[in-house]
Design a protein around this ligand. Structure first.
Ligand code: ACO
Length: 357
């Protein structure tokens, strides 16, 4: 059985269409000053008709597989974390699995709103460490622009579209994902939800008339809960990893609101310069925000081999969680062998042994 799960590949996809705060000023009664000072967001990406959640997931997933030098046919598990799937079912992960050519992989979606990526990471790590699979492609992807009421200034300015992915592989090294913690509290679920379109309140002329297919949110309440819950989960994950806050080199939080992120750092007494923030360019992309931020932190040299990384998120449900990992980075061709490769090597060994001298 593997000792740990290692991130060996990563990639993201963001739609090219940029919507600035200035553009939003023309759509709803808002201002760049209000959005920037209340959220830190300057612009967000909006998916075209072609850029569905599965489309973006495939692009992010392919980039992550290429980075890991892992062939799609060797992938054993595809998990897509999303609250804006293409359909209620089939799962977006199935669409992604097929489009990527990951023909031997199991596939399912995880829905824990903005905590979906950390949740999917925890599941994949558990399955790898238990020996159930040798690798997994974990994707966080959202197309929240299609769940927004573009007449509601309290929500439409906050969110954006995109996808990020990570390849996890079994490893016998002690580095990798060192802890994951997950929490939930359904008692306050109505504070952040999409009321209609599920089986309890299926789509009807009335639900559409009432705008119940859009995201609604009690922003202030969410804000307070998010700060406390994220800080608590962060401390728990650090302790579970046997570390202290001083050991953490970089905090990559879910990018919901720069004030929430600042609040978490302050509550933890964590140095702000060690916090990675890119919400100004993407808004809140929910499940996609952490994997996109990982990619950008790595690309800009903020995330380096050997760094202890703290991931933390809070989202609808409510759900919240955190993970601590040691960043390994690109394996430069040295990586755990896939079961197929292992079988191939074993066969080569046998052939070698029986070959006449
Ligand atoms: N432009 C201008 N004014 C606005 C806007 C806007 N876009 N939105 C709200 N306002 C107004 C309100 O109507 C209110 O006016 P009023 O006082 O006349 O009633 C005023 O601004 C203040 O509203 P508040 O809601 O008190 O503003 P607040 O400072 O709390 O900021 C915000 C609102 C940004 C939504 C904040 O509460 C927040 O970030 N909450 C957390 C939301 C979040 O991050 N959710 C996602 C986490 S989970 C997930 O990612 C799915």
């Amino acid at each position: 059985m593997a000792k740990n799960a290692l991130v060996t590949g990563w990639g993201f996809y963001a739609p090219s269409r940029v919507m600035t705060n200035a553009e939003l000023e023309r759509i709803v009664d808002t201002s760049d000053e209000w959005i920037t000072s209340r959220t830190g967001i300057k612009e967000r990406r909006i998916a075209s008709d072609e850029e569905t959640t599965s489309f973006m997931s495939v692009r992010a997933g392919r980039a992550a597989l290429e980075k890991a030098h892992l062939r799609p046919q060797d992938v054993q598990l595809v998990i897509v974390g999303t609250c804006s799937p293409d359909y209620l079912f089939p799962a977006t992960a199935c669409l992604v699995q097929t489009e990527l050519g990951a023909t031997r992989a199991g596939a399912f979606d995880v829905e824990a709103a903005c905590t979906s990526f950390i949740t999917a990471l925890a599941i994949a790590r558990g399955m790898i460490v238990s020996g159930a699979v040798q690798n997994a492609l974990v994707i966080g992807a959202e197309r929240l622009s299609r769940l927004l009421n573009w007449k509601d200034r309290t929500t439409c300015v906050l969110f954006g579209d995109g996808a990020g992915a990570a390849v996890l592989e079994a490893s016998n090294a002690s580095v990798g994902i060192e802890s994951t913690v997950l929490h939930g509290d359904g008692s306050k679920g109505e504070m952040l939800m999409v009321q209609a379109g599920g089986s309890k309140r299926p789509a009807s002329a009335e639900t559409i008339e009432r705008g119940q297919h859009f995201i609604t949110m009690a922003g202030g309440e969410v804000f307070k809960l998010a700060v406390k819950s994220m800080a608590d989960a962060a401390e728990e994950a650090i302790a579970e990893a046997g570390l202290t806050l001083d050991d953490i080199d970089i905090l990559i939080p879910h990018q919901a609101n720069v004030r929430i992120i600042d609040g978490v750092a302050k509550r933890l007494r964590f140095p702000p310069e060690k916090v990675f923030i890119n919400i100004q360019r993407y808004g809140n992309t929910s499940a996609a925000s952490i994997p996109i931020a990982i990619c950008e932190a790595e690309a800009t040299g903020r995330l380096r081999r050997g760094d202890k990384v703290l991931l933390v998120a809070f989202g609808g449900g409510f759900t919240w969680g955190a993970a601590v990992l040691e960043w390994f980075g690109a394996h430069d061709g040295v990586r755990p062998l896939s079961p197929l490769e292992r079988a191939g090597r074993a066969l080569e060994d046998v052939v070698e042994r029986v070959r006449p001298i």
